[in-house]
Design a protein around this ligand. Structure first.
Ligand code: ATP
Ligand code: MG
Length: 565
Protein backbone atom coordinates (compact mmCIF):
# COMPACT_ATOMS: atom_id res chain seq x y z
CA UNK A 1 0.00 0.00 0.00
CA UNK A 2 1.51 3.36 -0.93
CA UNK A 3 1.54 6.24 1.57
CA UNK A 4 -0.88 8.28 -0.46
CA UNK A 5 -3.59 5.67 -0.23
CA UNK A 6 -6.01 5.71 2.66
CA UNK A 7 -5.48 2.77 5.01
CA UNK A 8 -7.98 -0.04 4.67
CA UNK A 9 -9.36 -1.33 7.95
CA UNK A 10 -10.25 -4.99 8.24
CA UNK A 11 -13.84 -5.82 9.06
CA UNK A 12 -13.23 -9.54 9.64
CA UNK A 13 -10.43 -12.06 10.12
CA UNK A 14 -10.17 -12.79 6.40
CA UNK A 15 -9.58 -9.13 5.64
CA UNK A 16 -6.90 -9.10 8.32
CA UNK A 17 -5.11 -11.95 6.56
CA UNK A 18 -5.42 -10.24 3.19
CA UNK A 19 -4.16 -6.90 4.46
CA UNK A 20 -1.19 -8.61 6.05
CA UNK A 21 -0.45 -10.61 2.86
CA UNK A 22 -0.56 -7.42 0.79
CA UNK A 23 1.46 -5.37 3.25
CA UNK A 24 4.26 -7.88 3.59
CA UNK A 25 4.46 -8.39 -0.16
CA UNK A 26 3.27 -11.99 -0.28
CA UNK A 27 0.89 -10.91 -3.03
CA UNK A 28 0.57 -7.75 -5.08
CA UNK A 29 -3.13 -8.21 -5.56
CA UNK A 30 -5.70 -10.79 -4.59
CA UNK A 31 -7.68 -13.29 -6.62
CA UNK A 32 -10.74 -14.92 -5.01
CA UNK A 33 -13.54 -16.98 -6.52
CA UNK A 34 -17.11 -18.13 -6.02
CA UNK A 35 -17.29 -21.84 -7.00
CA UNK A 36 -20.89 -23.12 -7.16
CA UNK A 37 -21.81 -26.58 -8.26
CA UNK A 38 -24.51 -26.17 -10.94
CA UNK A 39 -26.87 -28.71 -9.38
CA UNK A 40 -29.61 -26.33 -8.28
CA UNK A 41 -30.53 -22.70 -7.74
CA UNK A 42 -28.56 -20.52 -5.35
CA UNK A 43 -29.99 -19.95 -1.88
CA UNK A 44 -29.44 -17.22 0.66
CA UNK A 45 -26.55 -19.18 2.19
CA UNK A 46 -24.69 -18.81 -1.08
CA UNK A 47 -25.34 -15.07 -0.90
CA UNK A 48 -23.02 -14.91 2.11
CA UNK A 49 -20.20 -16.44 0.12
CA UNK A 50 -20.97 -14.28 -2.93
CA UNK A 51 -21.06 -11.05 -0.92
CA UNK A 52 -17.86 -12.00 0.90
CA UNK A 53 -15.83 -12.92 -2.17
CA UNK A 54 -16.99 -10.22 -4.57
CA UNK A 55 -16.78 -7.51 -1.90
CA UNK A 56 -13.20 -8.52 -1.07
CA UNK A 57 -12.25 -8.12 -4.71
CA UNK A 58 -13.90 -4.70 -4.76
CA UNK A 59 -12.42 -3.53 -1.48
CA UNK A 60 -8.86 -4.60 -2.29
CA UNK A 61 -8.93 -3.94 -6.01
CA UNK A 62 -8.51 -7.62 -6.86
CA UNK A 63 -10.42 -10.11 -8.98
CA UNK A 64 -13.25 -12.47 -8.21
CA UNK A 65 -13.85 -15.35 -10.60
CA UNK A 66 -17.06 -17.24 -11.07
CA UNK A 67 -16.15 -20.88 -11.52
CA UNK A 68 -18.66 -23.64 -11.95
CA UNK A 69 -17.57 -26.76 -10.15
CA UNK A 70 -19.02 -29.00 -12.85
CA UNK A 71 -17.34 -32.27 -12.01
CA UNK A 72 -20.47 -34.39 -11.59
CA UNK A 73 -22.33 -34.57 -14.90
CA UNK A 74 -25.17 -36.66 -13.48
CA UNK A 75 -26.62 -33.85 -11.37
CA UNK A 76 -25.90 -30.80 -13.46
CA UNK A 77 -27.94 -28.82 -15.92
CA UNK A 78 -27.56 -25.74 -18.09
CA UNK A 79 -30.68 -24.28 -16.46
CA UNK A 80 -28.77 -24.10 -13.18
CA UNK A 81 -25.75 -22.44 -14.76
CA UNK A 82 -27.98 -19.74 -16.23
CA UNK A 83 -29.90 -19.18 -13.02
CA UNK A 84 -26.70 -18.88 -10.98
CA UNK A 85 -25.28 -16.23 -13.31
CA UNK A 86 -28.55 -14.31 -13.22
CA UNK A 87 -28.70 -14.40 -9.43
CA UNK A 88 -25.13 -13.17 -8.94
CA UNK A 89 -25.75 -10.25 -11.28
CA UNK A 90 -29.03 -9.51 -9.56
CA UNK A 91 -27.19 -9.29 -6.24
CA UNK A 92 -25.13 -6.57 -7.88
CA UNK A 93 -21.87 -8.34 -8.63
CA UNK A 94 -19.90 -9.08 -11.76
CA UNK A 95 -17.21 -11.73 -12.09
CA UNK A 96 -13.81 -11.17 -13.62
CA UNK A 97 -13.59 -11.83 -17.38
CA UNK A 98 -15.43 -14.91 -18.67
CA UNK A 99 -17.22 -17.48 -16.58
CA UNK A 100 -14.88 -20.36 -15.78
CA UNK A 101 -15.61 -24.05 -15.44
CA UNK A 102 -13.71 -26.80 -13.68
CA UNK A 103 -14.37 -28.75 -16.88
CA UNK A 104 -12.11 -26.27 -18.72
CA UNK A 105 -9.29 -27.89 -16.76
CA UNK A 106 -10.10 -31.56 -17.34
CA UNK A 107 -7.15 -32.01 -19.74
CA UNK A 108 -4.72 -30.31 -17.36
CA UNK A 109 -6.05 -32.31 -14.41
CA UNK A 110 -5.59 -35.51 -16.39
CA UNK A 111 -1.99 -34.61 -17.21
CA UNK A 112 -1.29 -33.83 -13.57
CA UNK A 113 -2.80 -37.15 -12.52
CA UNK A 114 -0.44 -38.88 -14.95
CA UNK A 115 2.43 -36.90 -13.40
CA UNK A 116 1.47 -38.13 -9.92
CA UNK A 117 1.28 -41.71 -11.19
CA UNK A 118 4.75 -41.37 -12.70
CA UNK A 119 6.01 -39.99 -9.38
CA UNK A 120 4.57 -43.02 -7.60
CA UNK A 121 1.97 -40.88 -5.84
CA UNK A 122 -1.20 -42.26 -7.38
CA UNK A 123 -2.47 -45.71 -8.33
CA UNK A 124 -5.39 -47.44 -9.96
CA UNK A 125 -7.46 -49.44 -7.50
CA UNK A 126 -9.88 -52.25 -8.44
CA UNK A 127 -11.42 -52.42 -4.98
CA UNK A 128 -15.14 -51.89 -4.70
CA UNK A 129 -16.57 -48.85 -2.93
CA UNK A 130 -17.32 -51.02 0.12
CA UNK A 131 -13.82 -52.45 0.19
CA UNK A 132 -12.31 -49.00 -0.04
CA UNK A 133 -14.53 -47.79 2.80
CA UNK A 134 -13.33 -50.74 4.90
CA UNK A 135 -9.69 -50.13 4.07
CA UNK A 136 -10.05 -46.57 5.35
CA UNK A 137 -10.32 -47.66 8.98
CA UNK A 138 -11.72 -45.26 11.55
CA UNK A 139 -10.40 -42.07 13.15
CA UNK A 140 -9.01 -44.17 16.01
CA UNK A 141 -7.90 -47.17 13.98
CA UNK A 142 -5.40 -46.95 11.11
CA UNK A 143 -6.46 -48.04 7.66
CA UNK A 144 -5.16 -50.95 5.61
CA UNK A 145 -3.40 -50.75 2.26
CA UNK A 146 -5.37 -51.79 -0.76
CA UNK A 147 -4.04 -54.96 -2.45
CA UNK A 148 -3.55 -52.82 -5.59
CA UNK A 149 -1.51 -50.12 -3.84
CA UNK A 150 1.83 -51.35 -5.10
CA UNK A 151 1.09 -51.65 -8.77
CA UNK A 152 3.97 -50.52 -10.97
CA UNK A 153 4.00 -47.12 -12.57
CA UNK A 154 3.66 -48.72 -16.03
CA UNK A 155 0.68 -50.79 -15.01
CA UNK A 156 -0.98 -47.76 -13.43
CA UNK A 157 -0.38 -45.63 -16.52
CA UNK A 158 -1.91 -48.29 -18.78
CA UNK A 159 -4.91 -48.84 -16.54
CA UNK A 160 -5.56 -45.13 -16.07
CA UNK A 161 -5.48 -44.60 -19.82
CA UNK A 162 -7.86 -47.51 -20.27
CA UNK A 163 -10.20 -45.93 -17.72
CA UNK A 164 -10.09 -42.69 -19.66
CA UNK A 165 -10.83 -44.51 -22.91
CA UNK A 166 -13.94 -46.13 -21.54
CA UNK A 167 -12.50 -49.66 -21.34
CA UNK A 168 -13.97 -50.15 -17.86
CA UNK A 169 -17.41 -49.81 -16.36
CA UNK A 170 -18.33 -47.36 -13.58
CA UNK A 171 -17.24 -48.76 -10.22
CA UNK A 172 -14.71 -51.21 -11.67
CA UNK A 173 -11.71 -48.99 -11.07
CA UNK A 174 -10.77 -45.67 -9.48
CA UNK A 175 -7.62 -43.60 -9.27
CA UNK A 176 -6.38 -42.96 -5.74
CA UNK A 177 -3.70 -40.70 -4.36
CA UNK A 178 -0.99 -42.68 -2.56
CA UNK A 179 -0.52 -40.80 0.69
CA UNK A 180 -0.78 -42.49 4.07
CA UNK A 181 -3.28 -45.15 5.16
CA UNK A 182 -2.61 -44.41 8.82
CA UNK A 183 -2.80 -40.64 8.63
CA UNK A 184 -4.67 -39.02 11.53
CA UNK A 185 -6.65 -37.05 8.96
CA UNK A 186 -8.92 -39.56 7.22
CA UNK A 187 -8.90 -37.43 4.08
CA UNK A 188 -5.25 -38.34 3.59
CA UNK A 189 -5.88 -42.11 3.62
CA UNK A 190 -5.43 -42.56 -0.11
CA UNK A 191 -8.38 -40.42 -1.24
CA UNK A 192 -10.08 -40.95 -4.61
CA UNK A 193 -9.00 -38.69 -7.45
CA UNK A 194 -11.04 -40.08 -10.35
CA UNK A 195 -14.09 -42.26 -10.81
CA UNK A 196 -15.61 -43.69 -13.97
CA UNK A 197 -18.98 -42.20 -14.91
CA UNK A 198 -20.92 -43.08 -18.01
CA UNK A 199 -22.83 -39.86 -18.37
CA UNK A 200 -22.64 -37.05 -20.93
CA UNK A 201 -21.43 -33.73 -19.54
CA UNK A 202 -23.27 -30.48 -20.26
CA UNK A 203 -20.11 -28.94 -21.66
CA UNK A 204 -17.69 -31.71 -22.61
CA UNK A 205 -20.32 -34.07 -24.03
CA UNK A 206 -19.07 -37.64 -24.38
CA UNK A 207 -15.38 -36.80 -24.31
CA UNK A 208 -14.74 -38.00 -20.78
CA UNK A 209 -15.50 -41.34 -19.16
CA UNK A 210 -13.65 -40.42 -15.97
CA UNK A 211 -14.42 -37.42 -13.82
CA UNK A 212 -12.27 -35.79 -11.13
CA UNK A 213 -13.43 -35.84 -7.52
CA UNK A 214 -14.12 -32.51 -5.82
CA UNK A 215 -10.89 -32.60 -3.78
CA UNK A 216 -8.77 -33.26 -6.83
CA UNK A 217 -10.46 -30.67 -9.04
CA UNK A 218 -10.97 -27.87 -6.59
CA UNK A 219 -7.54 -26.91 -5.33
CA UNK A 220 -5.95 -27.41 -8.72
CA UNK A 221 -8.60 -25.19 -10.34
CA UNK A 222 -7.83 -22.52 -7.75
CA UNK A 223 -4.16 -22.85 -8.53
CA UNK A 224 -4.65 -22.64 -12.31
CA UNK A 225 -6.61 -19.41 -11.84
CA UNK A 226 -3.96 -17.94 -9.54
CA UNK A 227 -6.41 -17.77 -6.65
CA UNK A 228 -4.63 -16.32 -3.63
CA UNK A 229 -7.29 -16.80 -0.94
CA UNK A 230 -9.64 -19.74 -1.41
CA UNK A 231 -12.55 -19.18 0.95
CA UNK A 232 -14.90 -21.94 1.97
CA UNK A 233 -17.10 -22.96 4.87
CA UNK A 234 -15.92 -24.65 8.06
CA UNK A 235 -16.80 -28.21 7.05
CA UNK A 236 -13.87 -28.08 4.61
CA UNK A 237 -11.29 -27.69 7.36
CA UNK A 238 -10.39 -31.42 7.25
CA UNK A 239 -9.93 -31.15 3.46
CA UNK A 240 -7.26 -28.47 3.80
CA UNK A 241 -4.34 -30.87 4.32
CA UNK A 242 -5.23 -32.67 1.12
CA UNK A 243 -5.70 -29.38 -0.72
CA UNK A 244 -2.16 -28.42 0.31
CA UNK A 245 -0.72 -31.88 -0.39
CA UNK A 246 -1.80 -31.95 -4.04
CA UNK A 247 -0.48 -28.44 -4.70
CA UNK A 248 2.82 -29.27 -3.05
CA UNK A 249 3.34 -32.56 -4.94
CA UNK A 250 2.66 -30.84 -8.25
CA UNK A 251 4.79 -27.80 -7.42
CA UNK A 252 2.21 -25.40 -8.80
CA UNK A 253 0.95 -21.93 -7.75
CA UNK A 254 0.11 -22.00 -4.06
CA UNK A 255 -3.48 -21.08 -3.23
CA UNK A 256 -4.41 -21.03 0.44
CA UNK A 257 -7.69 -22.21 1.86
CA UNK A 258 -9.41 -20.27 4.66
CA UNK A 259 -12.67 -21.26 6.30
CA UNK A 260 -15.60 -19.24 7.67
CA UNK A 261 -18.90 -20.26 9.20
CA UNK A 262 -21.93 -21.11 7.12
CA UNK A 263 -25.02 -18.97 6.94
CA UNK A 264 -27.93 -20.78 8.56
CA UNK A 265 -31.49 -19.51 8.88
CA UNK A 266 -34.22 -20.96 11.07
CA UNK A 267 -37.52 -22.29 9.70
CA UNK A 268 -35.95 -23.32 6.42
CA UNK A 269 -33.58 -25.79 4.82
CA UNK A 270 -30.35 -24.63 3.24
CA UNK A 271 -29.24 -27.30 0.85
CA UNK A 272 -29.78 -27.46 -2.87
CA UNK A 273 -30.49 -31.16 -2.61
CA UNK A 274 -33.34 -30.60 -0.17
CA UNK A 275 -34.68 -27.60 -2.02
CA UNK A 276 -34.69 -29.70 -5.14
CA UNK A 277 -36.77 -32.36 -3.44
CA UNK A 278 -39.35 -29.74 -2.50
CA UNK A 279 -39.54 -28.68 -6.14
CA UNK A 280 -39.60 -32.19 -7.59
CA UNK A 281 -42.12 -33.55 -5.10
CA UNK A 282 -44.47 -30.62 -5.64
CA UNK A 283 -44.33 -29.05 -2.19
CA UNK A 284 -43.69 -25.73 -3.86
CA UNK A 285 -44.44 -24.42 -7.35
CA UNK A 286 -40.80 -24.18 -8.41
CA UNK A 287 -37.33 -22.99 -7.46
CA UNK A 288 -38.68 -19.45 -7.49
CA UNK A 289 -41.72 -20.12 -5.32
CA UNK A 290 -41.89 -16.97 -3.15
CA UNK A 291 -41.72 -19.11 -0.01
CA UNK A 292 -38.33 -20.55 -0.98
CA UNK A 293 -35.13 -19.05 0.39
CA UNK A 294 -33.53 -19.39 -3.02
CA UNK A 295 -32.41 -16.05 -4.42
CA UNK A 296 -34.96 -16.53 -7.20
CA UNK A 297 -37.71 -17.10 -4.62
CA UNK A 298 -36.69 -14.15 -2.49
CA UNK A 299 -36.56 -11.92 -5.56
CA UNK A 300 -40.05 -12.97 -6.60
CA UNK A 301 -41.28 -12.46 -3.06
CA UNK A 302 -40.07 -8.85 -3.28
CA UNK A 303 -36.71 -8.95 -1.53
CA UNK A 304 -34.26 -6.41 -2.91
CA UNK A 305 -30.58 -7.14 -3.54
CA UNK A 306 -29.69 -4.33 -1.12
CA UNK A 307 -31.66 -5.95 1.69
CA UNK A 308 -29.69 -9.18 1.28
CA UNK A 309 -26.33 -7.43 0.97
CA UNK A 310 -27.11 -5.36 4.07
CA UNK A 311 -28.02 -8.45 6.05
CA UNK A 312 -24.73 -10.13 5.12
CA UNK A 313 -22.84 -6.98 6.05
CA UNK A 314 -24.60 -6.85 9.40
CA UNK A 315 -23.95 -10.46 10.40
CA UNK A 316 -20.30 -10.33 9.32
CA UNK A 317 -17.85 -13.17 8.74
CA UNK A 318 -16.55 -15.29 11.62
CA UNK A 319 -15.58 -18.84 12.49
CA UNK A 320 -18.49 -19.25 14.90
CA UNK A 321 -21.39 -21.36 13.76
CA UNK A 322 -24.75 -19.74 14.39
CA UNK A 323 -28.34 -19.73 13.20
CA UNK A 324 -29.76 -16.43 12.02
CA UNK A 325 -33.33 -15.70 13.04
CA UNK A 326 -35.80 -15.17 10.22
CA UNK A 327 -36.73 -11.85 11.83
CA UNK A 328 -33.30 -10.50 10.89
CA UNK A 329 -33.92 -11.19 7.23
CA UNK A 330 -37.33 -9.55 7.53
CA UNK A 331 -35.88 -6.55 9.34
CA UNK A 332 -33.52 -6.03 6.43
CA UNK A 333 -36.19 -5.85 3.79
CA UNK A 334 -38.49 -3.67 5.92
CA UNK A 335 -35.69 -1.22 6.43
CA UNK A 336 -35.02 -1.03 2.69
CA UNK A 337 -38.63 -0.87 1.52
CA UNK A 338 -39.61 1.66 4.17
CA UNK A 339 -37.33 4.09 2.35
CA UNK A 340 -38.19 3.08 -1.18
CA UNK A 341 -41.72 1.71 -1.48
CA UNK A 342 -44.66 3.93 -2.40
CA UNK A 343 -47.64 3.72 -0.09
CA UNK A 344 -50.93 2.58 -1.55
CA UNK A 345 -54.30 1.63 -0.16
CA UNK A 346 -55.52 -1.93 -0.59
CA UNK A 347 -58.42 -3.58 1.18
CA UNK A 348 -57.64 -7.25 1.62
CA UNK A 349 -60.93 -8.30 3.14
CA UNK A 350 -63.53 -5.78 1.92
CA UNK A 351 -66.62 -4.52 3.75
CA UNK A 352 -68.92 -2.14 1.88
CA UNK A 353 -69.50 1.36 3.31
CA UNK A 354 -72.19 3.72 2.00
CA UNK A 355 -71.67 7.43 2.82
CA UNK A 356 -75.34 8.34 3.05
CA UNK A 357 -74.84 12.13 2.98
CA UNK A 358 -72.55 12.04 -0.08
CA UNK A 359 -74.18 13.03 -3.35
CA UNK A 360 -74.66 10.05 -5.62
CA UNK A 361 -72.29 10.17 -8.60
CA UNK A 362 -70.02 12.82 -7.09
CA UNK A 363 -66.29 12.05 -7.05
CA UNK A 364 -63.62 14.04 -5.20
CA UNK A 365 -59.88 13.54 -5.72
CA UNK A 366 -57.92 13.30 -2.51
CA UNK A 367 -54.19 14.06 -2.54
CA UNK A 368 -52.37 11.38 -0.58
CA UNK A 369 -48.60 11.45 -0.03
CA UNK A 370 -46.65 8.58 -1.57
CA UNK A 371 -43.97 8.07 1.06
CA UNK A 372 -43.58 10.04 4.28
CA UNK A 373 -39.97 8.75 4.45
CA UNK A 374 -39.08 10.19 1.08
CA UNK A 375 -39.70 13.92 0.56
CA UNK A 376 -39.32 13.69 -3.21
CA UNK A 377 -41.80 10.85 -3.63
CA UNK A 378 -44.68 13.33 -4.08
CA UNK A 379 -48.34 12.52 -3.85
CA UNK A 380 -51.13 11.03 -5.92
CA UNK A 381 -54.84 11.58 -6.36
CA UNK A 382 -57.15 8.95 -4.87
CA UNK A 383 -60.85 9.13 -5.83
CA UNK A 384 -63.44 9.35 -3.05
CA UNK A 385 -67.11 8.59 -3.70
CA UNK A 386 -70.35 7.49 -2.08
CA UNK A 387 -69.60 3.77 -1.85
CA UNK A 388 -66.28 2.67 -0.37
CA UNK A 389 -64.61 -0.46 0.93
CA UNK A 390 -62.87 -0.72 4.26
CA UNK A 391 -61.19 -3.67 5.93
CA UNK A 392 -63.75 -6.00 7.51
CA UNK A 393 -61.86 -6.11 10.79
CA UNK A 394 -61.88 -2.31 11.02
CA UNK A 395 -65.53 -2.60 12.11
CA UNK A 396 -66.87 -4.26 15.23
CA UNK A 397 -70.52 -4.44 16.14
CA UNK A 398 -69.71 -4.70 19.83
CA UNK A 399 -66.45 -2.85 20.19
CA UNK A 400 -64.47 -2.52 23.39
CA UNK A 401 -63.77 1.00 24.60
CA UNK A 402 -60.22 1.05 23.24
CA UNK A 403 -61.18 -0.04 19.72
CA UNK A 404 -60.26 3.11 17.77
CA UNK A 405 -61.84 2.07 14.52
CA UNK A 406 -65.45 1.86 13.38
CA UNK A 407 -68.38 0.72 15.49
CA UNK A 408 -71.98 1.87 15.74
CA UNK A 409 -71.99 5.53 16.76
CA UNK A 410 -68.22 5.90 16.54
CA UNK A 411 -65.99 8.01 14.31
CA UNK A 412 -62.81 7.24 12.41
CA UNK A 413 -60.66 9.10 9.90
CA UNK A 414 -60.37 7.72 6.40
CA UNK A 415 -56.73 8.18 5.41
CA UNK A 416 -56.23 11.34 3.34
CA UNK A 417 -60.00 12.05 3.28
CA UNK A 418 -62.76 12.71 5.81
CA UNK A 419 -63.89 11.64 9.24
CA UNK A 420 -66.90 9.37 9.01
CA UNK A 421 -69.36 8.16 11.63
CA UNK A 422 -71.14 4.83 11.58
CA UNK A 423 -74.90 5.14 11.98
CA UNK A 424 -76.09 1.71 11.00
CA UNK A 425 -75.33 -1.59 9.33
CA UNK A 426 -76.99 -4.33 7.29
CA UNK A 427 -76.66 -8.06 7.98
CA UNK A 428 -77.24 -10.96 5.61
CA UNK A 429 -79.29 -14.06 6.38
CA UNK A 430 -76.35 -15.66 8.20
CA UNK A 431 -76.09 -12.67 10.47
CA UNK A 432 -72.90 -11.39 8.92
CA UNK A 433 -72.47 -7.64 8.56
CA UNK A 434 -72.39 -6.86 4.82
CA UNK A 435 -72.78 -3.11 4.65
CA UNK A 436 -72.21 -0.05 6.86
CA UNK A 437 -74.14 3.18 6.68
CA UNK A 438 -72.01 6.18 7.57
CA UNK A 439 -72.03 9.95 7.26
CA UNK A 440 -69.00 12.10 6.51
CA UNK A 441 -68.23 15.45 8.13
CA UNK A 442 -67.40 18.01 5.36
CA UNK A 443 -65.29 20.08 7.79
CA UNK A 444 -62.77 17.29 8.33
CA UNK A 445 -61.07 17.05 4.96
CA UNK A 446 -57.41 16.03 5.46
CA UNK A 447 -55.07 18.98 5.26
CA UNK A 448 -58.01 21.37 5.72
CA UNK A 449 -59.74 20.23 8.90
CA UNK A 450 -61.68 23.05 10.56
CA UNK A 451 -63.83 20.82 12.76
CA UNK A 452 -61.63 20.76 15.85
CA UNK A 453 -62.49 17.06 16.20
CA UNK A 454 -60.03 14.70 17.81
CA UNK A 455 -60.40 11.29 16.23
CA UNK A 456 -57.97 8.60 17.36
CA UNK A 457 -58.09 6.05 14.57
CA UNK A 458 -57.18 6.32 10.87
CA UNK A 459 -58.07 3.51 8.51
CA UNK A 460 -57.46 2.85 4.82
CA UNK A 461 -60.21 2.58 2.20
CA UNK A 462 -60.86 2.45 -1.54
CA UNK A 463 -63.69 3.78 -3.66
CA UNK A 464 -65.91 0.91 -4.84
CA UNK A 465 -66.50 2.30 -8.34
CA UNK A 466 -62.81 2.98 -8.90
CA UNK A 467 -61.19 0.03 -7.17
CA UNK A 468 -59.32 -2.64 -9.11
CA UNK A 469 -59.76 -6.31 -8.20
CA UNK A 470 -56.47 -8.08 -7.63
CA UNK A 471 -55.18 -11.30 -6.14
CA UNK A 472 -53.00 -11.24 -3.07
CA UNK A 473 -50.83 -14.10 -1.85
CA UNK A 474 -49.89 -14.18 1.81
CA UNK A 475 -47.00 -16.33 2.95
CA UNK A 476 -45.94 -17.95 6.14
CA UNK A 477 -42.87 -19.93 7.21
CA UNK A 478 -42.24 -22.98 5.04
CA UNK A 479 -41.68 -25.20 8.07
CA UNK A 480 -43.44 -25.55 11.38
CA UNK A 481 -40.27 -26.00 13.43
CA UNK A 482 -37.11 -23.92 13.74
CA UNK A 483 -34.86 -26.68 12.52
CA UNK A 484 -36.59 -28.96 10.01
CA UNK A 485 -33.57 -31.28 9.87
CA UNK A 486 -33.57 -31.72 13.64
CA UNK A 487 -34.10 -35.48 13.38
CA UNK A 488 -31.22 -36.11 11.00
CA UNK A 489 -28.38 -37.98 12.72
CA UNK A 490 -30.64 -38.54 15.68
CA UNK A 491 -30.42 -42.09 16.91
CA UNK A 492 -33.01 -44.25 18.56
CA UNK A 493 -35.94 -41.86 18.65
CA UNK A 494 -38.50 -41.42 15.92
CA UNK A 495 -36.89 -39.76 12.93
CA UNK A 496 -38.88 -37.51 10.65
CA UNK A 497 -37.78 -36.41 7.25
CA UNK A 498 -37.58 -32.60 6.98
CA UNK A 499 -40.69 -32.63 4.77
CA UNK A 500 -42.67 -33.95 7.72
CA UNK A 501 -42.40 -30.44 9.12
CA UNK A 502 -43.59 -28.70 5.95
CA UNK A 503 -46.13 -25.99 6.78
CA UNK A 504 -49.13 -26.80 4.61
CA UNK A 505 -50.67 -23.45 5.55
CA UNK A 506 -47.74 -21.46 4.26
CA UNK A 507 -49.70 -20.00 1.34
CA UNK A 508 -53.02 -18.17 1.59
CA UNK A 509 -54.61 -16.74 -1.54
CA UNK A 510 -57.01 -13.78 -1.36
CA UNK A 511 -58.72 -13.51 -4.72
CA UNK A 512 -61.08 -10.55 -4.17
CA UNK A 513 -58.81 -7.79 -2.93
CA UNK A 514 -59.73 -4.18 -3.77
CA UNK A 515 -56.90 -1.74 -4.49
CA UNK A 516 -56.83 1.93 -5.42
CA UNK A 517 -56.82 2.69 -9.17
CA UNK A 518 -53.31 4.19 -9.23
CA UNK A 519 -51.99 0.62 -9.13
CA UNK A 520 -53.35 -0.15 -12.57
CA UNK A 521 -49.93 0.32 -14.18
CA UNK A 522 -47.94 -1.58 -11.55
CA UNK A 523 -45.14 -3.59 -13.14
CA UNK A 524 -43.89 -7.05 -12.32
CA UNK A 525 -41.24 -6.78 -9.61
CA UNK A 526 -42.38 -3.37 -8.34
CA UNK A 527 -42.89 -3.05 -4.60
CA UNK A 528 -45.46 -1.08 -2.63
CA UNK A 529 -46.44 -0.66 0.94
CA UNK A 530 -50.12 -1.42 1.34
CA UNK A 531 -50.90 0.81 4.28
CA UNK A 532 -51.20 -1.10 7.54
CA UNK A 533 -50.89 -4.43 5.68
CA UNK A 534 -47.27 -4.86 4.72
CA UNK A 535 -45.01 -4.67 1.70
CA UNK A 536 -46.19 -6.27 -1.51
CA UNK A 537 -44.50 -7.00 -4.83
CA UNK A 538 -46.13 -7.59 -8.21
CA UNK A 539 -45.82 -11.27 -9.12
CA UNK A 540 -44.94 -12.51 -12.64
CA UNK A 541 -48.22 -14.47 -12.65
CA UNK A 542 -49.96 -11.10 -13.19
CA UNK A 543 -51.96 -10.77 -16.43
CA UNK A 544 -53.63 -7.90 -18.28
CA UNK A 545 -56.86 -8.88 -16.53
CA UNK A 546 -55.58 -9.44 -13.04
CA UNK A 547 -52.63 -8.24 -11.04
CA UNK A 548 -51.16 -10.63 -8.50
CA UNK A 549 -49.31 -9.33 -5.44
CA UNK A 550 -47.02 -11.25 -3.10
CA UNK A 551 -46.76 -10.09 0.46
CA UNK A 552 -43.03 -9.71 0.96
CA UNK A 553 -43.30 -9.05 4.68
CA UNK A 554 -45.69 -7.59 7.21
CA UNK A 555 -45.06 -4.13 8.64
CA UNK A 556 -44.14 -5.41 12.07
CA UNK A 557 -42.58 -8.56 13.39
CA UNK A 558 -45.83 -10.14 14.47
CA UNK A 559 -44.53 -13.66 14.01
CA UNK A 560 -42.14 -13.94 16.91
CA UNK A 561 -45.04 -13.43 19.31
CA UNK A 562 -47.07 -16.27 17.89
CA UNK A 563 -46.74 -19.76 19.24
CA UNK A 564 -47.64 -21.72 16.14
CA UNK A 565 -47.52 -20.72 12.49
P1 ATP B 1 -25.65 -26.96 -0.98
O1 ATP B 1 -25.55 -28.04 0.05
O2 ATP B 1 -26.75 -26.02 -0.73
O3 ATP B 1 -25.65 -27.50 -2.36
P2 ATP B 1 -22.93 -26.45 -1.36
O4 ATP B 1 -21.92 -25.95 -0.40
O5 ATP B 1 -22.85 -27.87 -1.78
O6 ATP B 1 -24.35 -26.11 -0.78
P3 ATP B 1 -21.89 -25.20 -3.67
O7 ATP B 1 -22.55 -24.91 -4.94
O8 ATP B 1 -20.85 -26.24 -3.66
O9 ATP B 1 -23.02 -25.56 -2.64
O10 ATP B 1 -21.36 -23.88 -2.95
C1 ATP B 1 -20.74 -22.81 -3.60
C2 ATP B 1 -20.09 -21.94 -2.55
O11 ATP B 1 -21.09 -21.43 -1.68
C3 ATP B 1 -19.13 -22.73 -1.70
O12 ATP B 1 -17.94 -21.98 -1.58
C4 ATP B 1 -19.82 -22.89 -0.40
O13 ATP B 1 -18.93 -22.92 0.66
C5 ATP B 1 -20.72 -21.65 -0.35
N1 ATP B 1 -21.90 -21.91 0.47
C6 ATP B 1 -22.85 -22.84 0.28
N2 ATP B 1 -23.75 -22.84 1.27
C7 ATP B 1 -23.37 -21.84 2.12
C8 ATP B 1 -23.90 -21.32 3.34
N3 ATP B 1 -25.00 -21.81 3.89
N4 ATP B 1 -23.24 -20.29 3.92
C9 ATP B 1 -22.14 -19.78 3.37
N5 ATP B 1 -21.59 -20.21 2.23
C10 ATP B 1 -22.19 -21.24 1.60
MG1 MG C 1 -21.95 -29.05 -2.99
Amino acid sequence: MSDSEAPVFPSNFIEEIIISDLNNGKYNSIVVRFPPEPNGYLHIGHAKSICLNFSLAQKFGGKCNLRFDDTNPAKEEVEYVDSIKRDIEWLGFRWDADVRYASDYFDQLYDWAVQLIKDGKAYVDDSTAEEIAQQKGTPTCPGMPSPYRDRTVEENLDLFEAMKNGKHRPGEKVLRAKIDMSAGNMHLRDPLMYRILDHPHHRTGDKWKIYPMYDWAHGQSDSIEGVTHSLCTLEFIPHRDLYDWFIEQLGIHVSKQYEFSRFNLNYCVMSKRKLRRMVEEGFVTGWDDPRMITLAGLRRRGYSPASIRNLMERIGVTKQDSVIDMSQLEFSIREDLNQKASRRMAVLNPLKVVITNWVEGQVEEMEVENNPEDPVAGSRAVPFSRVLYIERDDFLEDAPRKFFRLAPGREVRLKGAYVIQCNGFVKDDEGEVVELHCTFDPHTRSGNDTSGKRVKGTIHWVSADHAIDVEVRLYDRLFTVENPVQDENKEGKEQFDFLHYFNHNSLKVLSAVKVEPSLVNAKVGESFQFMRKGYFAVDPDSTEEKLVFNRTVTLRDSWSKRKNP
